[in-house]
Each structure stands twice: as structure tokens, then as C-alpha cells.
Design a protein around this ligand. Sequence first.
Ligand code: FE
Ligand code: FE
Length: 326
Amino acid sequence: MTDAIPREADFDLAPNLLDGAKELNLTTRDCDLGYWLTAVAQGTLAGRAATGHAETAPTPEFMRKPGPLREALILELGWRSIAEERAARSLSYFVADAPGVPEMEFFATQVLDEARHAMVFRNHLVELGVPADELHATIAELSAEYVADVLTPIEEFVVRTVRDEGDFVGAVAAFTIVVEGVLAPAAELSERKWDRLDPAAGEIARGAGIDEIRHLTVGSSIVREHLIKHPEYRSRVLEIVTAGRKLWDEVPVLKYVLRRENLFQEGMQEHLDLLDGYEVFPGRKLLDTSPMERYDIAEHWTDEMSEARLRYMNLEEAIAILATGK
Ligand code: FE
Ligand code: FE
């Protein structure tokens, strides 16, 4: 008999990432190492630990055939797998510099979560037919430009704050508000895009989304609690948010999103039967969306989510700084 799995870590019952990140408030006290070993390792991951999806969730044969849809998913998961790997490495500094045991334990679990996301994203490429012995080389090649243009500048921003400046809370703010806060809506969109086309990929995204609720809410609670104790730190957080906003304006994310979404657009036209009537959100059919619209949907979700999290942190002034709306 296992302990009851809390709802937010239950694969079937947890809210989606956007709702969870907006509505739940978890702290390092809720999500300690015991929680992770029980609720996540034996809960969320039960039956899905190695691949990120249930054995019953298939990857359809057409996803293994060369074509725009397969190419879109390979690009998406290849890039995200490297992003997760970089996140795991960067977060190791958070473990090293954590001010207390609760924070150390939490980030040790987050390091493992991100390393695991990297693994399941990467391994799904093998399920799509990429030869296992070419996996690392294939990903390195398809992501080289993306890493240099997007991931490296973002990683430097976070690592500089924690490792070089020794500002643990600042780095948590940078990672939670700026890095994960912006990537989460894209992850949510991914789950909804692939749900019908590649149920295995849909489940992989769902599992990562459940972990992400925890990362976003616990990270926010660390910043919130620090600001309650140290109101004078507020100006520093606003500085970090401003620097993060500037960074996102400088990195050419749109170029990469559109490359991937154009392929997806072409690919989904080949599966009108599967996607018939499927809504990306209530009232909007996925088939009727364009690549640019999907980018805008993710941006809109980013604004909504960050507004809720920033209010929770008592950082209302940061909402306007971070807003993507032009
Ligand atoms: Fe992750
Ligand atoms: Fe994360």
C-alpha cells in the first residue's frame, strides 16, 4: 500500500500547468525530500519513470515516417532536451548555495526533475526512429545554433547571479520568474498540440508539466517569503526582472518557434481526421490556428501566469516590466 498521492502530483488528477501555477501555493515545507520520494517518485512517475509515458500510450507509426510532423517534434524535443539539461546543470549551483536544508533538498529534487525531463525528451527521439547510438550527436547538431543564440545567454544570466554574485534568492527569482515562467506556457502548448497526434509525447509533456507546477510555485514562495522578511531586497528583484525582460527581447526566440511551428502546420494538414474538432483551448480549434497565433497564445498565457505569480510574491510593479504585450 502506498501513501495517498496528493492531487497536484497525481498524473490523472493534477491540474494543467497553467491552472496549477496560477492557483496552487506550495513551499519548500510542502515539497521536501520525503514528499518528492513519495508523491513524485512513487506517484507521478509510477509506471512512467523510464520513458515519461505509460506503455499503453502509443507513438503512431506515421510519427516514425519522415515528414514535417516528425521533424517538428524532433526539433521541439531536441531543443527542449538540451534546455532541460542546461537547467539541471545550472540548478546544481542552487543546491550548493542553498541557505538552509529545506532549500537544498528542494533544489536537489529539481535538479533530478530537470535531468529526467532531458532524458525523456531525448529518448522519445529514439521512439521516433532516431538510432540510439546517434542520439547525442543528432541532438547536438540540430540544437547547436539554438544553444548559442538562446540557451547560453539565458544560462549565463542565471549562473552569474548564483555562482558569481552569490545571490541565491536573486537566482531563484531569475529562474522562476524569467526562465521557467516564460518557458512554461510553451510547454503547456506542446502538450495540447501533441495530445492527439502522438499520445506518448502528450504524456511526456503532461508529466513534465506536473513537475513544473511545483518548480514555479515553490520558487515563487522562496522569493515571496524572502521579500516579507527583507523588504529592502525588492529593488534588487525588480532589477533582475528588468534584466530578464531585456534578455528575452534580445534572444531570437521567435525565429526558432516559427521554424518548428511552420513544420507543425504543414504536418497537421496531413492528419485532418485525427484533429477534427480538437480544441487547443475551449472555443479555438487547433486546425484553425496559424504558427504565429500559436506563438501569441503562449505569450498570452505567459502574461496571465506571471501576473498571478507576481501578485503572490507581492511584486505587482514587475507585471508591467515582464508583460510581453507590445
Ligand atoms: Fe523541466
Ligand atoms: Fe522546471
